[in-house]
Design a protein around this ligand. Structure first.
Ligand SMILES: *[C@@H]1O[C@H](CO)[C@@H](O)[C@H](O)[C@H]1NC(C)=O
Ligand SMILES: *[C@@H]1O[C@H](CO)[C@@H](O)[C@H](O)[C@H]1NC(C)=O
Ligand SMILES: *[C@@H]1O[C@H](CO)[C@@H](O)[C@H](O)[C@H]1NC(C)=O
Ligand SMILES: *[C@@H]1O[C@H](CO)[C@@H](O)[C@H](O)[C@H]1NC(C)=O
Ligand SMILES: *[C@@H]1O[C@H](CO)[C@@H](O)[C@H](O)[C@H]1NC(C)=O
Length: 419
């Protein structure tokens, strides 16, 4: 396992400093001064130096010992926390790890062609080998065998846009690495993956569980506008009504949402879609106010319809894209992650999600993945899309970033004493 240390972790920083103390040039210089025959002052300096050295070494030994123990036992898991106390798993960096990727997308029938960059001609392969490393803890490794066992009899449901579909594909592939007979895993209606399909349900028949995807890009109802609306209003989004298919999300064990990428003027107003509250169309309403209102509708729905004793609810934050150039039309995929968060890593949508969830009376885990994606200018689809004419600096290659979202989901479940 090679750590590329994009941004150095605390322990690495400490050991780096101790190395420079012992480095030949510096120690030669200091030794010469200390060779001057012993005054009391020199002895004092010497003992102070020795004391500091022991302290630093002690810290290093403690840190490594602690981390070693944590990695071996269940200590890692109990450290999980999405909050400021303990370890914020969403703050960290990507480190090179030769045990990645966790699956081969060419042998997983559930990676859609458009996300399989290798199959679409990408030649560099470093982008496949990055593992997400929180600064103050390690993520538990994704143990497909164990997770398959734990999922027996359960339903995992993803709801949202194409980013949720990618995560759905990623999870199926991660789990399939531990399934003996690939034919025992199938889409329940025999459907193929497409961009517009409303429902996909994959059954792991040997383990009696399903991983489902519902396309609901706004989470609320999109309908024909009320009569006598202005002519430009072709559709409306009912901000106070959940998407019709919500009943099928209820009886799940793990329920993971996202929304945000369709809340743009181009996908709304330019298509003649406006917002509606009650019976009236709100022509002047801003997209962010509308998004907040839709999320509050979602929050009430969760509180009213979801049995928190059974269902673990997650909401994933907005994904940064890495479009560049004039008019944000260019897409230059790098070969390595960037050292600094690039792209639109501050997202008002992510902030709204956090604010709405913070105000809820049932537990919902925010998967705050916006920042971690912002480093990954190397992980987008770019020109390795399908059909090849599409340039894509929004979606991610598989294997890739969405695998880390799934690792975070299970890290969180384990951290919360998942049964
Ligand atoms: C993935 O599987 C394909 C088909 O079996 C194989 O040709 C390819 O070498 C594999 N790729 C990796 C990275 O293992
Ligand atoms: C499969 O799981 C369901 C719960 O989702 C359960 O009712 C059913 O009995 C299970 N079937 C088998 C064969 O274990
Ligand atoms: C959930 O569990 C709590 C405590 O065990 C119990 O009081 C409550 O009635 C349960 N709620 C539902 C909806 O089952
Ligand atoms: C998400 O994480 C980033 C980096 O840790 C932090 O700055 C931001 O406030 C977090 N946002 C939410 C919604 O928790
Ligand atoms: C939280 O909820 C209360 C009452 O339900 C509401 O008055 C308040 O505006 C909410 N705050 C946020 C940040 O949504």
């Amino acid at each position: 396992m090679a750590s590329a240390g994009l941004s150095r972790s605390t322990s690495a920083r400490i050991s780096y400093r101790s190395v420079s103390v012992n480095s030949p040039r510096i120690s030669g210089y200091t030794q010469r001064k200390w060779m001057v025959p012993g005054t009391f002052f020199n002895a004092l300096v010497l003992s102070f130096f020795l004391f500091s050295l022991i302290l630093v070494l002690g810290c290093i030994i403690y840190l490594y010992w602690f981390r070693y123990l944590a990695r071996g036992g269940s200590g890692v898991v109990s450290e999980f926390s999405g909050s400021a106390e303990g370890c914020d798993v969403f703050e960290g960096n990507w480190v090179l790890d030769d045990s990645y990727p966790l699956y081969n997308s060419s042998v997983c029938p559930f990676v859609e062609r458009g996300f399989n960059c290798l199959a679409n001609g990408r030649k560099d392969t470093d982008y496949l080998r990055w593992r997400w490393k929180p600064w103050r803890c390690d993520m538990p490794r994704f143990d497909a065998h164990e997770i398959l066992e734990r999922l027996r009899g359960k339903r995992i449901v993803f709801v949202g846009d194409s980013m949720s579909r990618t995560q759905w594909e990623s999870l199926i592939c991660l789990l399939m690495t531990a399934v003996e007979d690939p034919h025992s895993v199938f889409e329940v209606n025999g459907n193929k993956i497409s961009k517009t399909i409303q429902f996909l349900g994959v059954q792991f028949s040997s383990f009696n569980f399903t991983v489902e995807f519902f396309r609901s890009v706004f989470l609320v109802q999109q309908v024909l506008p009320p009569r006598h609306s202005p002519k430009r209003v072709k559709m409306s989004l009912k901000l106070d009504k959940m998407d019709d298919i919500n009943r099928r999300w209820v009886d799940s064990d793990i329920l993971i949402f996202n929304s945000g990428h369709w809340w743009t003027p181009a996908k709304l107003f330019d298509m003649g879609c406006y917002f509606q509250v009650g019976g009236s169309v709100k022509l002047g309403m801003s997209i962010t106010s509308a998004f907040r209102m839709a999320l509050e509708t979602w929050a009430s729905w969760v509180e009213f319809s979801i049995n928190a004793n059974k269902t673990h609810v997650f909401f994933r934050t907005f994904e940064p894209s890495h479009w560049s150039g004039s008019g944000q039309k260019a897409c230059e995929v790098t070969t390595r992650p960037t050292l600094e968060a690039k792209g639109n890593h501050r997202s008002e949508f992510s902030d709204i999600i956090a604010e709405v969830v913070a105000n809820m009376s049932v537990p919902v885990t925010v998967l705050n993945v916006t920042l971690m994606g912002a480093y990954r200018s190397d992980a987008h689809i770019g020109t390795w899309s399908h059909p090849a004419s599409i340039l894509d600096c929004s979606h991610w290659c598989l294997p890739g970033v969405p695998d880390a979202w799934n690792e975070l989901v299970f890290a969180s479940l384990y951290g919360h004493g998942w049964r």
